[in-house]
Ligand binder design. Structure first.
Ligand code: R5P
Length: 295
């Protein structure tokens, strides 16, 4: 059954682009407003009873979005929707994937339980899977993942001469190695130790063989910019130029970006998170993942 895509506020253009790339898909509307006291009012426009509805939601800055998202899933069930799926190009809370100190919440698992109770399926772009190998370890609904490494590699091939792809840590290796393969470029992976939200220490292998190449850092997430900033410092110390940075999910805010900007040549990202650095669209990837998975 071709799905109806229902965008949450801020995801209208993304939902329309996915619908345009997904044969038979149509769009529905969710009107969301707040009462004077701040509580949400929701109204689904159009006929949805018996349909397969995919709620399309941007979940960066998730805390303000989650409650209306759960209300949306609930009202859809109440209106007789057959299956309620979630399409979220960025999946938040995935980095807290272990109890690092006694008593800490493992919010990736808590978040996964919350979403699994409300939705029948999840489609996302490159979730942060580090200590977990698969979303199935924490979600108990079917999931499908769209991968951005190939279009990132294609962007590098089209825009950078003699690139050296750099993964700033072993977690980023999965994206860096694949993007480098796509771009036909060499790849090096740095080692990272994190000591705080913004404090990381990196080490690099010998980079002498790559003199004259343009360094291109590929990472899944740029958040505080600490990792990329440190990597840029190491590359400069090795005699390489300022790096171009390719991120799947650009979460970095204005103040941190202002601190990072002098250290890099440019930040380029997919539009999984709306950001001034967006250059690589994910709608086609999400449409392919929706079409290819029978979830
Ligand atoms: C690490 O686990 C991720 O792959 C990114 O390297 C990390 O999230 C980047 O965070 P920040 O920009 O705050 O260093």
């Amino acid at each position: 059954m071709a799905p109806i895509l229902l965008p949450m506020p801020g995801a209208e253009a993304l939902a329309a682009a996915i619908a345009a790339a997904l044969p038979g898909a149509t769009l529905a509307e969710l009107a969301l407003r707040r009462f004077p006291d701040g509580e949400h009012h929701l109204r689904v426009g159009g006929e949805v009873a018996g349909a397969d509805v995919r709620v399309v939601a941007r979940l960066d800055h998730p805390d303000a979005t989650i409650l209306p998202l759960l209300f949306a899933a609930d009202v859809l069930r109440d209106l007789g929707v057959r299956r309620v799926g979630l399409v979220a190009p960025y999946l938040p809370y995935m980095r807290q994937d272990r109890r690092f100190a006694p008593g800490e919440a493992v919010t990736s698992a808590s978040f996964a339980r919350l979403i699994s109770r409300a939705f029948d399926s999840l489609v996302t772009v490159d979730p942060h899977l580090h200590r977990r190998r698969s979303l199935d370890e924490i979600f108990f609904i079917p999931t499908a993942i769209a991968h951005a490494a190939a279009p990132i590699g294609a962007w590098i091939a089209a825009n950078i001469e003699r690139p050296l792809v750099v993964g700033p840590d072993e977690e980023a290796g999965q994206w860096a190695r694949e993007a480098a393969r796509q771009a036909g470029a060499p790849c090096v992976i740095l080692s990272k130790t994190r000591s705080g939200d913004r404090q990381v220490a990196l080490t690099a292998p010998d980079l002498a063989a790559h003199a004259g190449r343009t360094p291109v850092i590929v990472d899944d997430i740029v958040s505080s910019g600490g990792t990329v900033g440190e990597a840029a410092g190491l590359l400069a110390a090795a005699g390489l130029g300022k790096p171009v940075v390719l991120a799947v999910h650009a979460l970095i805010g204005e103040a941190d970006m202002a601190r990072l900007a002098p250290r890099i040549a440019r930040l380029v990202s997919t539009d999984s998170v709306t950001h001034p650095s967006n250059a690589i669209p994910v709608a086609g990837l999400l449409a392919e993942a929706l079409a290819a998975s029978a979830i």
